[in-house]
Design a protein around this ligand. Structure first.
Ligand SMILES: NC(=O)c1ccc[n+]([C@@H]2O[C@H](COP(=O)([O-])OP(=O)(O)OC[C@H]3O[C@@H](n4cnc5c(N)ncnc54)[C@H](OP(=O)(O)O)[C@@H]3O)[C@@H](O)[C@H]2O)c1
Length: 298
């Protein structure tokens, strides 16, 4: 799959449109920003690191002088940050929202909200952001949200006595559980809100997501990862497909060969059930209400 050729036939100009994206400074996020800039979109970068964000902004402005880029410093582990960003974005035009930020192998801790930080970064904060930006999206003719999912959501199903998997030691299971919450809750929320939604899986691609593996593991996997799997510039194509193609409830888009290699293909999520999805949505809404109450939001 030649990226340039694929982009020509599967995308269209986004001139005058604004894409808001979380985790833009990461391996996949940076590649996505380059594609959106090439398609003439303006960008809202929702990132935790200002230095890396400014570097990316300058890099894009140099290549695309007409682009408008705004940065909103947001640590998704801190709900106050997310609230401040959502408030600052209240009157901004947002046509496409990409929920790309993700954390996997990090030091686990309980956040101020009382949840496992993996659950909060990958799910709660980004669900909260969507809830707050629904009004912005509804004003757009595009109205699209794309959540970056992961095959890891298949590793486990919800456990009502341990919603955030805080007692689960395996980071991959806790990460997968959070992705499952993000994907399934948004199927319900955005269907109700009449906003286009896609879940996209990039496959496996070497990025910083594995940076906290031990030095030995990193040394062992570094070269095989680069040799075997698609590079981030190819892996991000599934997310772009998610932006431009309409997608049905309970489906996702990912690389066509074993969800790891190749051009994007939409398929039914074999893990999906409407009953579980609705259950997850109810939990997501309860968490959202809890945040509003605890942070004294009216
Ligand atoms: N790489 C893969 O094989 C793979 C497979 C399946 C799904 N995914 C998903 O793809 C998405 C992009 O990941 P990636 O592979 O590009 O990894 P990455 O290079 O580590 O990028 C992750 C992004 O999330 C941001 N992030 C992490 N914790 C955050 C926090 N507390 N607050 C705000 N932002 C935070 C990172 O910010 P910093 O730049 O500041 O670190 C970075 O921009 C993630 O959702 C990931 O779960 C990746």
């Amino acid at each position: 799959m030649k990226q340039e050729k694929w982009l020509k036939t599967h995308t269209k100009s986004l001139i005058g449109k604004t894409v808001a994206i979380t985790g833009a400074t990461g391996g996949i996020g940076t590649q996505l920003c380059h594609i959106f800039a090439k398609l003439d979109a303006n960008l809202i970068l929702i990132n935790r690191n200002l230095e890396r964000s400014n570097k990316l902004k300058l890099e894009l402005e140099k290549l695309y002088p007409n682009i408008n880029i705004e940065i909103y410093k947001t640590d998704l582990e801190k709900i106050e940050d997310v609230k401040t960003t959502a408030e600052a974005l209240r009157h901004k035009q947002i046509d496409i929202l990409i929920l790309n930020a993700g954390a996997y192998k990090i030091k686990r801790k309980t956040t101020s909200l009382g949840f496992d930080n993996l659950f909060q970064i990958n799910f709660i904060s980004q669900y909260f952001l969507v809830k707050k930006l629904i009004k912005n999206l509804k004003q757009s003719e595009i109205k699209k949200v794309v959540a970056v999912g992961s095959i890891a959501h298949e590793y486990s199903s919800i456990n009502l006595s341990d919603i955030d998997f805080s007692s689960v030691k395996s980071d991959s299971k806790t990460y997968g559980n959070a992705k499952r919450f993000l994907m399934f809750s948004l199927f319900e929320l955005l269907k109700k809100q009449n906003i286009d939604f896609a879940v996209a899986h990039p496959g496996i691609t070497p990025t910083n997501i594995t940076q906290n593996y031990s030095k030995t593991i990193n040394a062992i996997i570094k070269y095989p990862m680069k040799a075997i799997f698609m590079k981030p510039e190819k892996a991000c194509i599934s997310i772009i497909e998610g932006v431009f193609e309409a997608q049905d409830y309970g489906t996702w888009v990912g690389p066509k060969h074993f969800n790891i290699w190749g051009a994007p293909k939409v398929s039914k999520l074999k893990t999906f059930s409407e009953a579980e999805s609705k259950q997850i949505y109810d939990i997501a809404e309860k968490i959202y209400t809890k945040i509003k109450t605890e942070t004294k939001e009216i």
